[in-house]
Design a protein around this ligand. Sequence first.
Ligand code: HAM
Length: 423
Amino acid sequence: MSINIPRGTQDILPGEVEKWQQIEKKARELCEKYQYNEIRTPIFEHTELFSRGVGDTTDIVQKEMYTFTDKGDRSLTLRPEGTASTVRAFVEKKMFGYANQPVKLYYMGPMFRYERPQAGRFRQFVQFGIEALGSNDPAIDAEVISLAMNLYKEMGLKKLKLIINSLGDKDSRTAHREALVNHFKPQIGEFCTDCQNRLEKNPLRILDCKQDRNHELMESAPSILDYLNDYSQTYFEKLQQYLTLLNIPFVIDPNLVRGLDYYNHTAFEIMSDAEGFGAITTLCGGGRYNGLAEEIGGPETPGIGFALSIERFLAALEAEGIQLDTTEGIDCYLVSLGDAAKDYTVELLQQLRMAGYSAERDYLDRKVKAQFKAADRLKAKFVAVLGEDELKNNKINVKNMSTGEQIEIDIDSLLQYFEEVQK
Ligand code: HAM
């Protein structure tokens, strides 16, 4: 019996992996420009971190976590997202004491959610995310959004839609929560059992319910925007002002609540507007989470961030017909003829590689023609041919594959020759 890959996971093979690397490279470059530094946290954490951080009433915690008990009887969970871990590390490593504030971090790595797999939805997926901790300035909310938008734009995406909302501060949320309970309570029996439980625990979640989304009470539900107090209102207006200054178009959607509990004030999602993208159009989600650090035992610290998955990024590129060039050719392929020449290429290959060139040779004892074919497949820029006669005369034949030009040079001057043609 053969063993297959688990459902909802992927093998990313050569030919495809280069696309991932390009996105990852661009993300790292942007983080450098925006001054976000990489943090690497464990793949698993204490389950409590997510139940407290992400929130007990969320789908992620209730239905989607890969939780297991280790041999020491501890409950551990494969991380479903990166914010809780980042904030845990911030608190645990006392980064609030750093001279440089706010602390700006980014991460890239696999996350795990037991979801129903479909296009754009995996059980293991790779998130790139950033978190800025320690600032209450709406300008940093705009910065976080602009980094995500710029990453997509620099990779060539055009059909993007940014939606924003404010979830207000604690006071605004308390007032809104009360209004939601009053709104849904009389007819809660018509909602799914999840929503019935949500009514008292977290009525905001009802707005995010996929099952009841068409219920008449959804549309008429009280909008958080009508319950924002002065501080929250001003904060939201400032954010909009900064986004406008940065030339980032946005749409306000008062129903955007996000699927995690830690948000307040700014919430946003970036969607793909590309035709044929499929049912799941959200590419990136984020928002502000003042209070999360306290929730996991740290000092009061404001924070904002986003995460996006590389899987959906690639799907959006495909939907817009954007091809990432994955086939950079190698610098040199060494073709050899005869045993002595073959032996010689072992050393020559090493010299080329150590001098900084990408180089390859034949390992299948192929005929010259087949070796040239292999060089073609690797898109070699140069093919250097070493036969018995050449070797005797200390010569090597170098063919420039783009011009077809061929010259014979001293073997010892091969590296020098490459250095010159590079100039
Ligand atoms: P999230 O909305 O749960 O937020 O996920 C963010 C992004 O991760 C989504 O927009 C999507 O691109 C990707 N994603 C989520 N689930 C899957 C999946 N099953 N398959 C493929 N891609 C997926 C968070 O995770 C928050 N931690 C974001 C954040 C950071 N908020 C503040 N800071």
